[in-house]
Design a protein around this ligand. Structure first.
Ligand code: F6P
Length: 544
């Protein structure tokens, strides 16, 4: 760090603190009244995405100071370091190169002196060959039947990405194929996913970066047993199982021929991986051409992030606004509210992307931070959320900044559905920003005792992201935008957004407890009194 040890000691931070005291009471009603052009002034358009950030508790000075903060944290240099393949994941000594997954073949990115882009394209070509064979019926099952069902087995980044993207792009999918996603080690997940499938027509795609993840390996083993029970021949595995991993040795040890493995690399983080071979199930569903269109969208956003001035840069603006609310207003969470049913898993996907990346409490130097880092990410598609949790956003005591994501055109035009959906989309951000004063409620002749209950304070911040329509390319742009937003925030907070040590402890402890749960002899338990009693109780009743 160049000036001061902690973020909060820096002049650029102190300047924002001083500014915050001046503007914290500002009301959006007044801000909009004072500037009839505010809506235009605080909006940018890039790559077909219109970002209106005018309904935020900001002034031009706020943006200027936030941009100064980004500069004082050498954001530009950090971006260049990531794109250049520098080992910015310092705790794992790795580059962070999900951007290489969508780099055109004509461009190169060096890792330890090797250009990694050609091998990205070799794998894409192999995936395309596989996807085409499955889609055309050329890839036959062991009994000669055509494959009709594809089951992706994976968890975390090896599940959420392809699953979210499959749901998002279902409109473009081959409906003759069934796609299912199994992640939970709860046997119910696999049982329900396979109960109506014919093993002779089913291919499993086992996705695991490490190929050591207990949930995925357990599910894959049970899937193999399910398949072999029906097909009665070990040779069937070659036709019904493919793997996606960075770990060829473990894939082979599991019993999948590495000829049926699609590779990716340790410089791709799990939660940044669905545009790698981890997305092969998606490619089977939508076809290689659509998949490549999605990669083009990712790449376009990468270029935008890398080259657009910060004041017009979508990920930079979104990241800085998040810092403004999390670190100055004390907002604990951030809601993602897509007004498109196809994006119904987007917030679940962004939960991992953001919370596993920026849920850190020490900085790059290993010092405990004295400021908040990653927010809690949550949300549901509109309008469902409106009839569930929006009450709290409108009238609760917490400040919850929200991203509203909508499209001008529906993929399923039907009567007035889309106009009504979008009317709600616009109405919500307007209502959140401007609320309804007690005087306005009173003027409606409302019973005076109800006035406080029917008053809306307003001044709730929202970003509006409006695009033409949801397409593979647009999905790529949106996901890359959020990936880079997370990067911007991780840079400001001076944390490593690319490791996830926080998931280790529970994994190790679960391993030990598994043996205690299943041992024949009464195990001597050395946990705390709560955990000991719970384990004993479970042992008593598990097979009653
Ligand atoms: O436990 C967390 C995690 O390591 C995630 O980061 C990752 O996406 C997930 O597990 C699955 O890991 P893998 O792809 O190696 O099975």
């Amino acid at each position: 760090m160049s000036d001061g040890n902690q973020l909060t000691d820096r002049p650029s931070w102190k300047a924002l603190e001083g500014h915050f005291e001046k503007v914290r009471q500002l009301n959006m009603r007044d801000l909009f009244a004072a500037d009839p052009r505010r809506g235009e002034r605080f909006s940018v358009e890039a790559l077909g995405i219109y970002l209106d950030f005018s309904k935020n508790r900001i002034t031009e000075e706020t943006i200027r100071l936030l941009l100064d903060l980004a500069k004082s944290f050498n954001l530009r240099e950090r971006i260049d370091a990531m794109f250049a393949g520098k080992k910015i994941n310092i705790t794992e000594n790795r580059p962070v190169l999900h951007v290489a997954l969508r780099t055109p073949e004509s461009q190169g990115i060096l890792v330890d002196g090797e250009n990694v882009v050609p091998k990205v394209h070799q794998v894409l070509d192999r995936m395309a060959a596989f996807a085409t064979k499955v889609r055309s019926g050329e890839w036959k099952g062991h009994t000669g039947k055509r494959i009709r069902h594809v089951v992706n087995i994976g968890i975390g980044g090896s599940d959420l990405g392809p699953m979210m993207a499959y749901e998002a792009l279902k409109h473009y999918a081959d409906r003759a194929l069934t796609l299912r996603f199994v992640s939970n080690i709860d046997g119910t997940d696999l049982a329900e996913a396979t109960r109506d499938l014919d093993p002779a027509e089913t291919v499993f795609i086992v996705c695991s970066k490490t190929f050591t993840t207990i949930e995925t390996l357990t599910n894959a083993q049970s899937a193999r047993a399910w398949c072999l029970k029906a097909l009665q021949d070990k040779q069937a595995v070659a036709k019904h199982f493919v793997a996606v991993s960075t770990n060829a040795d473990e894939v082979a040890r599991f019993g999948i021929d590495t000829a049926n493995m699609f590779e990716f690399w340790d410089w791709v983080g799990g939660r940044y991986s669905y545009d790698s071979a981890i997305g092969v199930s998606l490619m089977v569903a939508i076809g290689p051409d659509r998949f490549r269109e999605m990669l083009e969208g990712f790449h376009a956003m990468d270029q935008h992030f890398r080259t657009a001035p910060f004041e017009k840069n979508l990920p930079v603006l979104l990241g800085l606004l998040g810092v403004w609310y999390g670190n100055f207003f004390g907002a604990e969470s951030h809601a993602i509210l897509p007004y498109d049913q196809y994006l119904w898993r987007l917030s679940a996907y962004l939960q991992q992307l953001d919370m596993e990346s920026n849920g850190k409490r020490v900085d790059l130097e290993g010092q405990s931070v004295d400021y908040q880092t990653g927010p809690i990410i949550w949300g549901q598609p509109g309008t469902n959320g409106q009839h569930a949790f929006y009450q709290l956003i409108h009238q609760g005591t917490r400040l919850i900044p929200c991203d509203f994501i909508g499209f001008c055109q529906s993929l399923n035009p039907m009567g007035q559905h889309h106009d009504q959906l979008m009317a709600n989309f616009f109405a919500q951000t307007e209502a959140l920003a401007f609320g309804k004063t007690a005087a306005e409620v009173e003027a409606e002749g409302v019973n005076p005792t109800l006035i406080p209950h029917r008053t809306f304070e307003g001044n709730h911040p929202t970003n509006t992201l409006l695009a033409m329509k949801l397409s593979p390319e647009m999905l790529g742009k949106i996901i890359a935008m959020y990936e880079h937003k997370v990067f911007v925030q991780g840079t400001i907070w001076n944390i490593n957004s690319f490791d996830q040590w926080g998931v280790e402890l529970g994994k190790v402890m679960a391993k030990r407890i598994t043996s205690e749960l299943v041992s024949e002899a009464e195990p001597s338990l050395h946990h705390d009194s709560s955990t000991n009693a719970l384990i004993q109780r479970y042992r008593r009743f598990r097979s009653v």
